[in-house]
Design a protein around this ligand. Structure first.
Ligand code: SAH
Ligand code: SF4
Ligand code: F3S
Length: 447
C-alpha cells in the first residue's frame, strides 16, 4: 500500500480530475491519504486562472522540497512529487526548471497516462517526466471503470475545454478545444456514482451548456436533453450543472429548468461585466441587454430561480462609467451569490498585452464596491429564506458536536442539529436563521 496525497486548487473540474487521478492510481496500490508528510506521492492539481493561483504552486513546492528531503534523509523513503492541472499545462518546462525536485508534470488531458509515466521515473537519476500533450486519445476512454466513493453530492465532467477565447482567459490554452463525452458514457458514470451512494450530481464543463455529446440515436444531444435523460436514472435525486456561458443558454435548457423537478433551482451564469464596450473587448459576444433578456426568460420559466455569477473588475480600458454599468446590471439582476475578481494579466492571452491596464488601487476600490452590493443581495436572498421549508441534502458532519451540514436547493450551506445516520438523506427542514454565507435550520418531523 502506498499513500497518495492530492492537493486541489481552482475549479470543480480540478476536483473531479483529482478524484479521477485517485482512480487511475488505485490499481498501482495508491490509497488516498490526508496529509503530505508521510505520503509516497504528492500531487498538486493546480490552477492558472489568476496570478495568485499560479504563484501558490511555487510556494507549496518549496515546502514539499523540505518534506521530500526529510523523507529521504531520515527514513530513506522517496516521496514522488507531481504537478498536475492548468499550471502544469501552461508552464511544464518552467516548473522543472524552477523546482527540479518535481518528479512528474502532467496536463489536465493526459493524466490517464500517470501509471505509464511512473514507470519512466528513475528516482536515483532524479529525472523528471513531463506530459503536457493534448493527446489524440480522449482521457475519458482510458480512465478505469472503477469510480471510488464520492459522497452524497458528486461532480461528473461531461464537457471539457473551451473554444470561446475570452480575451482575459487562459482556459482555452490550458484545457484545449471543446469536447463532449457521449450520453452513454455520462449515464454509465452517473449509475456508478449512484451505486456508490451519491444522490446529487453536478455536471461539469468549462462551458457545460455548450455540451453536444453523441446520443444513443447517433445524433448530438444538447445539455437540456442530457438532463432529461439523467433525471430518469434511478437514484439520481438532484441535478445541477456548471459553468455556463450566456450564449449557449438555449430554449431546451431553459425549459429543462421548468420541466425537470430534479434540476435544482439555481444557476451560475457568469456575465463578467455590465458595459457593452467592455463585454465586446472581452470577446464575450453578447451585450448586457441580451444577458438580461436571458435572465428574464429563465425567471419566466422558474420564478424562484436563484442566480449566481462571476465578475471581473478593472479589465483593460474599464472606465468609471463602464464600472457603473456593472453595478447597474447587478442591481437589475439581483444575485443570490456571486464571485468577483480583480482582472489579472495572464501571459499569452490577448488582453495581457493591452496598454490601457487599470491601476491596482482603482481595481481594489471597484472590487470592494461591487462586493458590498453583491454581499447585500446575498444577505437579502438568505433572509428571504427564513421561516421557509426546504428539502436539505445532508452532506457532512459539522464542526460542532451534534451538528451536521447540508445543501439547500439554492446551493446554500445549511447547519442543523442531527447525526451521522442522516448522511446522504434529503430531509425537510425549516430555516430558522440566515447568515451571510449559510443558513441554520431545524429538521421537521412528521409527527
Ligand atoms: N467558463 C466560465 C469561467 C471559467 S473561469 C465562463 O465562461 O464564465 C472562472 C472565472 O474566473 C471567470 O468567470 C472569470 O470571472 C474569472 N477569470 C478568468 N480569467 C480571469 C483573469 N484573467 N482575471 C481575473 N478573473 C478571471
Ligand atoms: Fe474562459 Fe471565456 Fe472559455 Fe469561460 S468561456 S472558459 S471565461 S474563455
Ligand atoms: Fe483554474 Fe484550470 Fe479550472 S485554470 S479555474 S483549474 S480550468
Amino acid at each position: 500500500m502506498k499513500k497518495l496525497y492530492i492537493k486541489t486548487y481552482g475549479c470543480q473540474m480540478n476536483v473531479y480530475d483529482s478524484d479521477r487521478m485517485t482512480d487511475v492510481l488505485a490499481p498501482l496500490g495508491y490509497v488516498p491519504h490526508h496529509a503530505p508528510e508521510d505520503a509516497d506521492m504528492v500531487i498538486l492539481n493546480t490552477c492558472h486562472i489568476r496570478e495568485k493561483a499560479s504563484e501558490k504552486v511555487f510556494s507549496e513546492l518549496g515546502r514539499l522540497r523540505q518534506l521530500k528531503e526529510r523523507a529521504r534523509d531520515q527514513i530513506g523513503r522517496d516521496m514522488m512529487i507531481t504537478v498536475a492541472g492548468c499550471v502544469a499545462q501552461a508552464e511544464g518546462e518552467e516548473i522543472t526548471r524552477r523546482a527540479p525536485w518535481v518528479d512528474m508534470v502532467v496536463g489536465p488531458q493526459s493524466y490517464h497516462r500517470l501509471p505509464e509515466m511512473i514507470t519512466k521515473l528513475d528516482p536515483a537519476a532524479r529525472n523528471s517526466v513531463i506530459d503536457t500533450d493534448f493527446p489524440e486519445e480522449v482521457k475519458f476512454d482510458y480512465l478505469p471503470e472503477e469510480v471510488a466513493h464520492r459522497g452524497p453530492a458528486a461532480f461528473l465532467s461531461v464537457q471539457e475545454g473551451c473554444d470561446k477565447f475570452c480575451a482575459f482567459c487562459v482556459v482555452p490554452y490550458t484545457r484545449g478545444a471543446e469536447f463532449s463525452r457521449s450520453v452513454a458514457q455520462v449515464v454509465d458514470e452517473a449509475k456508478k456514482l449512484v451505486a456508490a451512494g451519491t444522490r446529487e450530481i453536478t455536471l461539469l464543463g468549462q462551458n457545460v451548456n455548450a455540451y453536444h455529446g453523441e446520443g444513443p440515436d447517433g445524433k448530438n444531444w444538447g445539455l437540456g436533453r442530457l438532463l432529461h435523460h439523467l433525471a430518469e436514472v434511478d437514484g439520481v435525486e438532484r441535478l445541477r450543472y456548471t459553468t455556463s456561458h450566456p450564449l449557449d443558454m438555449d430554449d431546451e435548457l431553459i425549459y429543462a429548468h421548468r420541466d425537470i423537478p430534479a434540476l435544482m433551482p439555481y444557476l451560475h451564469l457568469p456575465v463578467q461585466a455590465g458595459s457593452d464596450r467592455i463585454l465586446s473587448a472581452m470577446n464575450r459576444r453578447h451585450t448586457a441587454d441580451e444577458y438580461i433578456a436571458i435572465i428574464d426568460r429563465l425567471r419566466d420559466a422558474v420564478p424562484h430561480l436563484a442566480l449566481s455569477g462571476d465578475f471581473i473588475v478593472g479589465f483593460p480600458g474599464e472606465t468609471d462609467a463602464d464600472f457603473a454599468d456593472t453595478l447597474r446590471l447587478v442591481d437589475r439582476v439581483s444575485y443570490a451569490s456571486a464571485y468577483s475578481f480583480k482582472y489579472s494579466e495572464r501571459p499569452g492571452t490577448p488582453a495581457a498585452n493591452a496598454e490601457n491596464q487599470v491601476d491596482e488601487a482603482v481595481k481594489s476600490d471597484r472590487l470592494s464596491s461591487l462586493q458590498q452590493l453583491l454581499d447585500s443581495q446575498q444577505m437579502a436572498f438568505n433572509k428571504g429564506c427564513e421561516g421557509t421549508k426546504m428539502d436539505i441534502l445532508v452532506e457532512r458532519v459539522g464542526g460542532r458536536d451534534g451538528q451536521m451540514t447540508g445543501r439547500s436547493p439554492f446551493m446554500q450551506s445549511v447547519y442543523f442539529e442531527g447525526d451521522e445516520s442522516q448522511l446522504g438523506q434529503i430531509l425537510p427542514m425549516e430555516i430558522s436563521e440566515a447568515r451571510q454565507n449559510s443558513l441554520t435550520a431545524r429538521i421537521l418531523t412528521s409527527d
